[in-house]
Design a protein around this ligand. Structure first.
Ligand code: COA
Length: 207
């Protein structure tokens, strides 16, 4: 849906701009090696870098192809001074009824541990809670991913269960965390996130 590509969020010096096809070469080149990609994607034969590049493109087009009114994945490139620092994704299924969102993100290694992960998560949560009418935000990370779990904990998410997932040839635990809208309003109401381009896609996102 074309209007989605004009969505833009601004928080402090960070800009989150809807990812477009034109961003894919830079995103694939920037993606750090430790960022996990969807193992269900076909990838590419050849060297590891080529395989990861293929998966970045495949994930983008799969998200676009699978999105429909109310069920969508919105990836945003995160920029500071025009430079790509990472990506922040917001997604929902049957949003009109469940009013629940999920998030995922990554940053280049030099940008980590400086509070940027928290601010980019806050930007998409502001879109979800303050503008779309979400009532719950959920997230999930491997039990050892202290940075990702740290962002959630620090923003006020609470533990929401431990789930076993396939991991490479074996299996491991993922921690789910959850923030209801009441926590959002109590801790983050009145946050200064500027949102552009929403009017044209609001009905489609909240269907
Ligand atoms: C996950 C990620 C986006 C977090 O962003 P970040 O900018 O590094 O995180 P922040 O600096 O905003 O830190 C958020 C909180 O987590 C804590 N934290 C961050 N890194 C941490 C670490 N390595 N160990 C323990 N705590 C950590 C911080 O102290 C902070 O909490 P506080 O404000 O209460 O002190 C980033 O680390 C990343 O790209 N990781 C690799 C990709 C990835 O794993 N993505 C998540 C997949 S589910």
């Amino acid at each position: 849906m074309q209007p989605l590509l004009h969505l833009q969020l601004t928080v402090d010096e960070l800009t989150l701009r809807a990812t477009t096809e034109a961003d894919l070469p830079a995103l694939a080149a920037t993606l750090p090696d430790d960022v996990e990609l969807n193992p269900a994607l076909p990838g590419a034969d050849g060297d590891a870098r080529l395989d990861r590049t293929a998966r970045v493109y495949q994930q983008y087009w799969r998200n676009r192809a699978d999105s429909r009114p109310g069920s969508w994945t919105l990836p945003f490139v995160v920029l500071r001074d025009g430079r790509i620092l990472g990506e922040q994704t917001l997604e929902a299924d049957d949003f009109g009824r469940l009013r629940t969102v999920e998030t995922a993100s990554w940053l280049v290694s030099g940008a980590r541990g400086k509070g940027i992960g928290k601010r980019m998560r806050l930007a998409v949560l502001s879109l979800a809670f303050d503008h779309l009418g979400a009532v719950v935000a959920e997230t999930e990370a491997w039990h050892h991913n202290t940075a990702s779990l740290g962002v959630s904990r620090s923003l006020g998410y609470l533990p929401n269960g431990v789930y076993r997932h396939l991991d490479g040839d074996g299996a491991d635990d993922m921690i789910r965390m959850r923030m209801p809208v009441e926590t959002w309003r109590q801790h983050h109401g009145g946050l200064g996130v500027e949102i552009d381009g929403l009017a044209e896609c609001l009905e489609w996102l909240t269907a």
